[in-house]
Design a protein. Structure first.
Ligand code: AHG
Ligand code: MN
Ligand code: MN
Length: 367
């Protein structure tokens, strides 16, 4: 095989760091530890049924029941295992002051035998885990924040409030996608880079430098089974997409729904598109499905760094001040012009056609 001309993730990070001569290297080693966690999870996922890791965590002999996380969702074995892999691979290094994850009720404290550091790691260890038992793509999502200086200096335990930082304060964010190939997509606030895991070497190789999301698209992703709960601006947007060439948009749209947000995000980074999991009226306790700190913020940071837009539907998601660790939020992201249109629909008055069928798109009375 010819010698690869591609950079490894390690080389990429060291070359990035040269732009900051004072940097200690802590940050790079933290990213490499996270990347190692993702490689370990990729191997476990790849064994599927053979690895004995499918199904619910804590289920009985018939596969029924099991443990439930703080979100009220049944945990898969792989949710718990991936969470433990993230912890074990990163807790020892001295770079972290604490962690938080979808699968843990509160902050994880760095064990006393290890030094504590200046960063916080927040993650969704396995996104799209309802897909795991049917061998569809899943992934891991992570976000790195600075620990408040007083936490880093005092060495006290991390508390929820330390993590409640808006997405604009993220130092880095990334995801791993365990698909036909395993990829790591990363931003350190200077564009977005994609790496493919070389299974021969066990190294992430830079295959997608400078990922850019096209500003326009004709592809959208939404779980249409929730349509009866959607708010009017979302209904309007989707109706217009469905109306295609003969409707207000004057062009046909295609639709995709994988039910694995990390996989949808990757498709959108590769070829454009718009993803919506909007706030809806299904459950007043849950304003949206996705979680702000470890799903929307990291994916939002990546998408914006790639020139796309990430929104709650109303305002930039990265500007939202989090109120709790597991807070949910409406989330719309992707090609900039579509996301801006959806935001506009949330602020402008509904078109008359919605109020009065006489003024509908192809009505005789349309003005
Ligand atoms: P998780 O597996 O981490 O709980 O997240 C699943 C999320 C997201 O990946 C996906 O877009 C969404 O849930 C799917 O929700 P529906 O089942 O409502 O379509
Ligand atoms: Mn998730
Ligand atoms: Mn998850």
């Amino acid at each position: 095989m010819p010698l690869s001309h591609r950079s490894t993730l390690t080389q990429f990070l060291i070359e990035e760091r040269r732009r900051f001569p004072g940097a200690s290297g802590d940050f790079n080693s933290l990213i490499l530890d996270v990347a190692l966690a993702c490689k370990a999870i990729a191997r476990v996922v790849a064994f599927g049924e053979l690895g004995g890791v499918l199904g619910n965590h804590g289920a009985d002999g018939d596969g029924n029941g099991g443990t439930v996380n703080v979100q009220g969702e049944t945990q898969k074995k792989l949710d718990v295992l991936s969470n433990n892999v993230f912890i074990r691979r990163t807790e020892w290094s001295g770079h972290l002051a604490g962690m938080a994850s979808e699968e843990m009720d509160g902050p994880y404290q760095i064990p006393a035998q290890y030094p504590r550091g200046k960063y916080l790691l927040v993650f969704d260890p396995l996104d799209g885990s309802s897909n795991i038992d049917v061998n569809m793509s899943v992934g891991s999502i992570f976000s790195i924040l600075r620990a408040p200086p007083e936490l880093a200096d005092s060495g006290r335990d991390a508390v929820e409030a330390d993590f409640l930082q808006p997405g604009t304060r993220q130092v880095a964010a990334g995801y791993a996608l365990y698909g036909p190939s395993t990829m790591l997509v990363l931003t350190v606030g200077n564009g977005v880079s994609g790496f493919t895991l070389d299974p021969n070497m066990g190294e992430f190789m830079l295959t997608h430098p400078s990922i850019v999301v096209p500003a326009d698209t004709q592809e959208f992703a939404i779980n249409a089974s929730n349509s009866r709960f959607w708010e009017a601006p979302v209904k309007r947007y989707v109706d217009e997409c469905l109306a295609g060439r003969t409707g207000a948009r004057g062009k046909d749209f295609n639709m995709r729904w994988i039910a694995s947000m990390v996989a949808e995000a990757h498709r959108i980074l590769m070829r454009g598109g718009v993803f919506l999991y909007p706030r809806d009226t299904r459950d007043p306790q849950k304003p949206g499905r996705l979680r702000l700190l470890y799903e929307a913020n990291p994916v939002g940071f990546i998408v914006e760094q790639a020139g796309g837009r990430a929104s709650t539907g109303r305002e930039p998601v990265l500007a939202r001040q989090p109120a709790s660790l597991h807070q949910r939020v409406g989330f719309v992201f992707g090609s900039k012009n579509e996301v801006e249109r959806i935001e506009r629909y949330h602020t402008e008055p509904a078109p008359r056609a919605i109020d009065n069928p006489l003024f509908a798109e192809r009505s005789l009375f349309r003005d």
